[in-house]
Design a protein around this ligand. Structure first.
Ligand code: ADP
Ligand code: ADP
Ligand code: ZN
Length: 217
């Protein structure tokens, strides 16, 4: 199953992607995670991406398209994958179509997780992430048992540099301008499925599972 999770920053894409990846045994491909890892390691990619990320701007299309092409052609993506945070522009979506065509594959479903701006801001400023395993927490909705420590692996929790309110507002504006047009792009292809992302994590999860149960592939 080849899936895309679409939605505003903080809509819950990562949270749901991890669950789907585990349940279906397919990798989660998060361009945000790949870029953050590059920044943390100080690679050339990381140096190029850092400024854009810290300002809440998109990293240039050529860079992320290159990353995704390389990732999707790896062996573990053969039986499917779940894209989280890509595509974010029409140019990225068109490039993805081309990559899929070259591999003789298709996107089976695009899950659009709907959450309004005020709610995503509240979610993001309270987001904490495990340094070691990437588990996602929320200080109010999904707090770790022990302050600052990951339940799953004991790793240290941190707040992303770009999860401050001013940057979040900019990211949301970028989402509206550049990413929202993808909803129509995929609607026209007949593969868009809307989900109410304002419900709790389990309710969103079951809505997504019921969609995935109905699609072929
Ligand atoms: P969120 O989970 O809040 O939606 P991500 O982790 O997906 O955020 O992305 C963090 C940042 O990484 C973005 O603000 C952007 O700078 C960069 N980024 C991630 N994916 C892409 C992409 N597909 N195109 C351009 N920039 C991206
Ligand atoms: P995205 O990948 O779309 O940026 P995340 O999955 O990282 O979003 O979620 C953003 C924040 O919101 C995290 O702190 C997460 O714990 C929390 N969260 C995710 N889904 C829900 C939900 N359905 N209800 C409340 N909080 C949620
Ligand atoms: Zn952890």
């Amino acid at each position: 199953m080849n899936l895309i999770l679409l939605g505003a920053p903080g809509a819950g894409k990562g949270t749901q992607a991890k669950f789907i990846a585990e349940k279906y045994g397919i990798p989660q491909v998060s361009t945000g995670d790949i870029l953050r890892e590059a920044v943390a390691k100080g690679t050339e990619l990381g140096r190029k991406a850092k400024e854009f990320m810290n300002q809440g701007k998109l990293v240039p299309d050529e860079i992320v398209i290159g990353i995704v092409k390389e990732r999707l052609t790896q062996k573990d993506c053969e039986k499917g994958f779940i894209l989280d945070g890509f595509p974010r522009t029409i140019a990225q979506a068109e490039a993805l179509d081309k990559i899929m065509g070259e591999m003789g594959k298709e996107i089976d479903a695009v899950i659009n997780v709907n959450v309004p701006e005020e709610e995503v801001v509240k979610r993001i400023v309270n987001r904490r992430i495990c340094k070691k395993c990437g588990a996602i927490y929320h200080l109010i909705h999904n707090p770790p048992k022990k302050n600052g420590v990951c339940d799953k692996c004991g790793g240290e929790l941190y707040q992303r540099d770009d999860d401050r309110e001013e940057v979040v507002r900019e990211r949301f504006a970028v989402y509206k301008r550049s990413t929202q047009p993808l909803i129509d792009y995929y609607k026209k292809k007949g593969i868009l499925y809307d989900v109410d992302g304002t419900k709790d994590v389990e309710a969103v999860r079951s809505e997504i599972l019921s969609i995935l149960g109905k699609i072929k592939a």
